[in-house]
Write a protein that binds this ligand. Structure first.
Ligand SMILES: Nc1ncnc2c1ncn2[C@@H]1O[C@H](COP(=O)(O)OP(=O)(O)OP(=O)(O)O)[C@@H](O)[C@H]1O
Ligand SMILES: [Mg+2]
Length: 247
């Protein structure tokens, strides 16, 4: 059974329909990469999955059970609980500037479970080791490079132990020489069997890390398949044109 099943998601802003019926399924341990041109609805889709937008139509099933239905009004507490299934790493890192690296990572777990602070500290130190930033635990975000900040943002998301980790163009705000270190961390998560949804413009990375690729155009999934199918044998003329521009 799929870990996550998304059915018929539609979302409009005013009169503009941004998502026009999006369906996909994700298995546990799978990496789904979403590509598509600017404005095709990729960020909106991730924001819907993370309960930052309420879709107008559609449902999400998690482990076969309904997690979200657009026709249901949820309380803030319910949304907070549902959101725990997902982690989201943004393009612009969004670390808390007033807190150290370590505090950025422990803050949300401490708020959720105030009686487990010692455990969270240990976990945060393990995560810092994983992203290679143990020596920067007491630094503030402004003292780090963009690549380091993004690695901390990934650690912060992992600290909440989400079932599905989502990335929205995690390297597009970085200089090319800093992109590699962030992609390396994401690759290492794949080998530790994390389930991930990654929106990216890094086509070589997408091809390498993806189990499944979705190409979005104008609010719909125009084409989906394995990396070999989508990158090696694109069928849709729009996808062919998109790939010829990005390669
Ligand atoms: N809060 C909002 N209010 C109004 N329109 C919005 C809002 N958020 C997104 N849109 C519109 O929805 C469309 C899709 O935006 P979205 O950010 O999802 O695209 P994207 O595929 O992530 O693009 P990019 O590759 O540039 O990040 C755009 O036309 C955008 O202007
Ligand atoms: Mg976007």
């Amino acid at each position: 059974m799929a870990l996550l099943e998304i059915k018929g998601i539609r979302k409009s802003f005013g009169k503009v329909e941004v998502l026009k019926g999006v369906d996909f399924a994700l298995e546990k341990g799978e990496v789904l990469v979403i590509i598509g041109s600017s404005g095709s609805g990729k960020t909106t889709l991730l924001r819907c999955l993370n309960f930052l937008e309420h879709p107008d139509e559609g449902t999400f099933l998690f482990d076969g059970e309904e997690l979200f239905s657009a026709t249901t009004a949820y309380s803030d507490a319910e949304i907070r609980e549902k959101r725990l299934h997902f982690g989201l790493v943004f393009q612009q890192f969004n670390l808390f500037p007033q807190y150290t690296v370590l505090r950025n990572i422990t803050l949300a777990p401490d708020l959720l479970e105030p009686d487990k602070k010692e455990e969270h500290l240990q976990k945060a130190n393990q995560l810092l080791e994983k992203i290679g930033l143990t020596d920067r635990a007491d630094a503030y975000p402004c003292q780090l490079s963009g690549g380091q900040q993004q690695r901390v943002a990934i650690a912060r998301a992992l600290a909440m132990e989400p079932d599905i980790l989502c990335f929205d163009e995690p390297t597009s705000a970085l200089d090319p020489e800093l992109t590699g270190e962030v992609l390396k961390v994401i690759r290492s998560l794949k080998s530790s069997d994390s389930t991930m949804i990654v929106v990216t413009h890094e086509m070589a990375f997408a091809r390498d890390v993806a189990d499944k690729v979705i190409y979005m155009a104008d609010g719909v999934i125009e084409e989906a398949g394995t990396p070999e199918e989508v990158f090696g044998h694109p069928k849709s003329p729009r996808l062919q044109a998109f790939l010829s521009k990005t390669e």
